[in-house]
Design a protein around this ligand. Structure first.
Ligand code: NAP
Ligand code: MG
Length: 501
């Protein structure tokens, strides 16, 4: 195995990597793809292959869906809610026990820093299984006091039951590979569904390791199936499969549209977490030190590869020069390197393709007349590094101010009034998150109501929790994941009438 880092690779991770070529998880069995094909997983810090993975296509997806359906109709349905809770809690414990190994695997395959993997991805994954581990015994229906106007005096018992949606297809991106998988699996399993998970082609490894841990946790065969492969083949087959009841998708708005189209065949339920071009708004009366940190973290966390990236920073004019230069200076000091090196502050982007896409946006920004204050080019070495990049003199209509870049590139713009900044903040097709920085409590709450975004952070940024709903307005998607809201997404309500007359 190849690594460019000084840090020790965990022995369990070494053992896992030796299993290459990795197989698909279908019906509790590890199987090669029907075609026999495999593809390579890379270390984005070096561009070198670290493993081969079986490449699922339509036939494998079909086998996985059948396995999920069989599990749903079999042992999984017979498990009591309390037993389901125990499985989910054991999954949390196992992820916690293997946190070091899993954090290294995330860093190795995605490029993210080991520090972020350990402080963010892993504890959140554990917390999600713990949080949803508490739900199975608490998902219940209600009795409803019905009146029937065309049958005066009639008596009925009416109650509701929450049932699983059925077979859930989960299609996830590469930016938080393990966390995205867990964010779908934990609520889906808590609600009694069976899942076919298609990880992103760039980052299939941690989903496969998670599959092993879930079997170890006692999840019955076929309840979770993992089918790495490409979007156009495996992903599309899952999205269109006639026996999949629901798709949960996270990724680009462009593919989100295809998921909606593919869902039409059997009227699948769909929830979508798509892109963002989120505003991070700093008023002159804010705690400027905190705001400066929030601007930095907001855009550069995970190399800027977050759907919630604060990629449009609006600063009230009187503080604009001060804050934009502070951000640019800080960006210039960021230490880039392999994510596994504990000294690294920013890792590589996930892939060559992503690096090319991000550099293309930087070129577009320069061409359209934005002023480059920091970065603007590849970082050193063979890996997919792009330097943290700060633009000023950006116009709202420019490509870099309208489109999701999904990399470490921020546009910083001055503003003069509340009305102006609200209209500019809302001036993209997206509406995922927004940040507001001010000490004026009234202004903060007034503004939070006027911003069209699914999440608003006041004097903070990039905070998430298993209990707090997450999802977008406008073209950032629909449906709310996490918290009790995901229980709505992963169950369907049955209305039962009993004649008492
Ligand atoms: P993407 O194409 O939307 O990928 C997301 C997931 O969808 C992956 O598992 C992908 O598989 C799958 N997929 C692709 N085409 C599909 C299809 N026709 N049917 C079903 N599934 C399909 O995202 P990307 O190409 O990795 O990145 C492109 C851009 O999307 C990024 O630059 C960024 O702007 C945005 N993005 C947003 C988020 C977010 O969290 N909101 C996350 C990732 C990317 P493959 O990996 O095999 O293609
Ligand atoms: Mg793709």
């Amino acid at each position: 195995m190849t690594t460019t880092t000084a840090s020790e690779i965990h022995s369990d991770l070494q053992a896992f990597l030796r299993k290459s070529p990795h197989k698909l998880l279908i019906g509790g069995q590890w199987l090669p793809a029907a075609s026999g094909k495999t593809f390579e997983a890379y270390d984005p810090a070096t561009g070198e292959a670290i493993a081969r993975v079986a490449e699922a296509a339509a036939e494998d997806v079909d086998r996985a869906v059948k396995a999920a359906r069989a599990a749903l109709d079999g042992p999984w349905a017979k498990m009591s809610p309390a037993e389901r809770e125990r499985v989910l809690h054991r999954a949390a414990d196992l992820i916690e026990k293997h946190a070091e190994e899993l954090a290294q695997l995330e860093s190795l395959n995605n490029g993210k820093t080991i520090r972020e993997a350990k402080s963010g991805d892993l504890p959140l994954s554990v917390a999600l299984f713990r949080y949803y581990g508490g739900w199975p015994t608490k998902i219940h229906g209600e009795t409803v006091p019905v009146s029937v106007p065309y049958y005066p005096g009639a008596k009925f018992l009416h109650y509701t039951v929450r049932e699983p949606v059925g077979v859930v297809g989960a299609i996830i991106p590469w930016n938080f590979p393990l966390l995205m998988a867990v964010e779908r699996l934990a609520p889906a399993l808590a609600c009694g569904n069976a899942v076919v998970l298609k990880p992103a082609e760039q980052t299939p490894l941690s989903a496969l390791r998670l599959g092993e841990l879930l079997l170890e946790a006692g999840l019955p065969e076929g309840v979770v199936n993992v089918v790495p492969g490409f979007g156009e083949t495996a992903g599309a087959a899952l999205a269109a499969h006639p026996d999949v009841d629901k798709i949960t998708f996270t990724g680009s708005t462009e593919v989100g549209r295809k998921i909606i189209q593919a869902s039409a065949g059997n009227i699948k339920k769909v929830s979508l977490e798509l892109g963002g071009k989120s505003p991070n708004i700093v008023f002159a009366d804010a705690d400027l030190e905190a705001a400066a940190k929030g601007m930095f973290m907001g855009i550069f966390y995970n190399q800027g590869q977050t759907c919630s990236a604060g990629s449009r920073v609006f600063v009230e004019r009187s503080k604009f020069e001060e804050l934009v230069h502070a951000l640019a200076e800080r960006a210039k000091t960021v230490r880039q390197g392999p994510g596994l090196d504990p000294r690294t502050q920013m890792g590589p982007l996930v892939s060559e393709e992503q690096k090319r896409r991000v550099l293309g946006y930087i070129e577009a920004g320069k061409k359209e007349g934005a002023k480059l204050l920091a970065g603007g080019e590849s970082g050193a070495g063979k890996g997919y590094f792009v330097k943290p990049t700060v633009f000023s003199e950006v116009k709202d209509g420019m490509k870099i101010a309208q489109e999701e870049i999904f990399g470490p590139v921020v546009s910083v713009m001055p503003f003069d009034s509340v009305d102006e900044v609200v209209s500019r903040a809302n001036g993209t097709p997206y509406g995922l998150v927004a940040g507001l920085w001010t000490k004026d409590i009234k202004k903060a709450h007034q503004l939070s109501q006027r911003i069209k975004a699914g999440v608003v952070w006041i004097n903070c940024y990039q905070f998430v929790d298993a209990a707090a709903p997450w999802g977008g307005y406008k073209q950032s998607g629909y449906g709310r994941e996490k918290g009790q809201y995901a229980v709505d997404l992963y169950t369907q309500l049955k209305s039962v009438w009993v004649d008492l007359n």
